[in-house]
Design a protein around this ligand. Structure first.
Ligand code: IPE
Ligand code: IPE
Ligand code: MG
Length: 258
């Protein structure tokens, strides 16, 4: 429930989240509602990716992470999986010149080394060609799942401890999180999910510990810049307390007073 009307107008408001992460959902239903094959929904979904990447940059959102394919999505029908991989390859091929023109850096999270060779080739190329850009970053979550990511990180961390590179007694979130695929990324400030589902589906579970969540009924192919702006507006009206009291947040002096 929103009580924004009760809030004092003096609240500090950060209108633009630094890092927005989106669970792009509803392509299949969008297509089915129109009697079209599911892949047509994914095709339209790619159009929305273009629109939203542009919109995010125009709004000054520095980092945009898009959940494009989950570790669980391999279990979909073979034709849908290969269709999605084909679309991804096509998108990467087409988009490189736009990334370069707009100075957008592309990076990925997830087990990219398990993707088809053609996709990996275009990914590596695009990531390398855009690595010098620092202002805007587009992160594609591909073959991503939080639980897989944490298990991979735990394994790498354990190996580092065994090799004497990390000390078990010094374990902290700060040290452990360097082994996640999001290692040098800021946590998401805002996580948006389209299509009316209100779950996280194994997406950024650790990194989203203090993210604000916005759920919208809009299906991903129908999602527009206006919907992104609306989500950011919603975000701007939230008060992020990180475990503190509202008073501590509103008057930082109260924090020192204890
Ligand atoms: C999201 O749309 C895209 C991917 C998961 C790849 P869906 O394909 O999940 O669409 P719905 O949920 O079936 O409508
Ligand atoms: C989450 O959507 C994964 C992506 C958006 C890539 P799903 O459609 O796969 O999630 P569930 O199955 O509804 O939880
Ligand atoms: Mg779905």
């Amino acid at each position: 429930m929103s009580h924004s009307a009760d809030r004092p107008a003096t609240l500090p408001r950060v209108t633009v989240p630094n890092h927005v992460a989106i669970i792009m959902d509803g392509n299949g239903r969008w297509a089915q509602q129109r009697g079209l094959p599911r892949l047509e929904g994914h095709r339209r979904g790619v159009e929305t990716v273009r629109t939203v990447t542009n919109a995010a940059r125009e709004l000054g959102i520095k980092m945009l992470t898009l959940y494009a394919f989950s570790v669980e999505n391999w279990n979909r029908p073979k034709t849908e999986v290969s269709g999605l991989m084909g679309l991804l390859e096509f998108y990467l091929k087409q988009e490189l010149k736009t990334f370069v023109k707009d100075k957008v850096r592309l990076r990925t999270i997830g087990r990219v080394d398990e993707l088809p060779a053609g996709v990996q080739k275009h990914l590596n190329h695009t990531v390398a060609e855009t690595a010098q850009f620092t202002e805007y970053t587009l992160v594609l979550a591909l073959n991503y799942g939080s639980r897989t990511e944490v298990v991979d990180a735990a394994r790498a961390y354990a190996a580092a401890v065994a090799a004497g590179k990390e000390k078990l007694n010094d374990s902290s979130w700060a040290t452990f999180s360097r082994y996640l695929s999001t290692a040098d990324m800021p946590d998401p400030d805002l996580i948006i999910r389209t299509s009316g589902e209100t779950r996280l589906s194994n997406f950024l579970l650790m990194q989203g510990a203090y993210a604000e969540l916005v759920f919208t009924p809009v299906l991903w192919p129908d999602f527009t810049k206006a919907d992104l702006v609306a989500a950011c507006d919603d975000y701007a009206r939230r008060e992020r307390r990180y475990g503190l009291t509202a008073e501590q947040i509103r008057q930082p002096a109260a924090r020192a007073a204890k």
